[in-house]
Design a binder for this molecule. Structure first.
Ligand SMILES: [Zn+2]
Length: 164
């Protein structure tokens, strides 16, 4: 692995929408009457990106690294988990080249928040916001996401070997 210039990974996540939780996606608080249920802050987009970064290096996945049985990760800020994973990636000799991702939600509208998400993720990962793509989709009223019961995200990440 050490000699490979590029490594690619994919990540996917889904969380249920419930009352009494804040909605945090891409590290940004979004105005909504419901939030995502999870052991951490349930940031579905960051979780998909983390799994894509780990997958690119065939490392343990997010559920193994940050188990939901571990109280240290209860209501954890996923931005901090992302920083930890980025440190791990750099220790392996890689940085992030670019990210492409989708948030799949029937509501609320993600578009107004996407520029802030890109800026935040770029600052954590030492990237320009033009290196990060976040697209907002709906599920056309189909399945749990289409019935406003869940929000999904997926991501693909390209890692590049840090040149010495
Ligand atoms: Zn998650």
């Amino acid at each position: 692995m050490a000699e490979q210039k590029y490594r690619i990974g994919t990540g996917y996540d889904i969380h249920c929408l419930v009352e009494g939780r804040e909605l945090i996606i891409g590290g940004i608080k979004i105005e909504h009457e419901k939030g995502l249920l999870g052991h951490s802050d349930a940031d579905v987009l960051i979780h998909a990106i983390i799994d894509a970064m780990l997958g690119a290096l065939a490392l343990d996945d997010i559920g193994t690294l940050f188990p939901d049985t571990d109280d240290r990760f209860k209501d954890a800020n996923s931005v901090i988990l992302l920083k930890k994973v980025y440190d791990l990636i750099q220790k392996e000799g890689y940085w992030v080249n670019n990210i492409d991702s989708n948030i799949i939600a029937e509501a609320p509208k993600m578009m107004p928040y996407i520029p802030q998400m890109k800026e935040l993720l770029a600052s954590v990962l030492g990237l320009e916001s033009t290196d990060i793509s976040i697209k907002a989709k709906t599920k056309e009223k189909l399945d749990a996401v289409g019935e406003y019961r869940a929000i999904e995200a997926n991501a693909i990440v390209m890692l590049e070997k840090i040149s010495e």
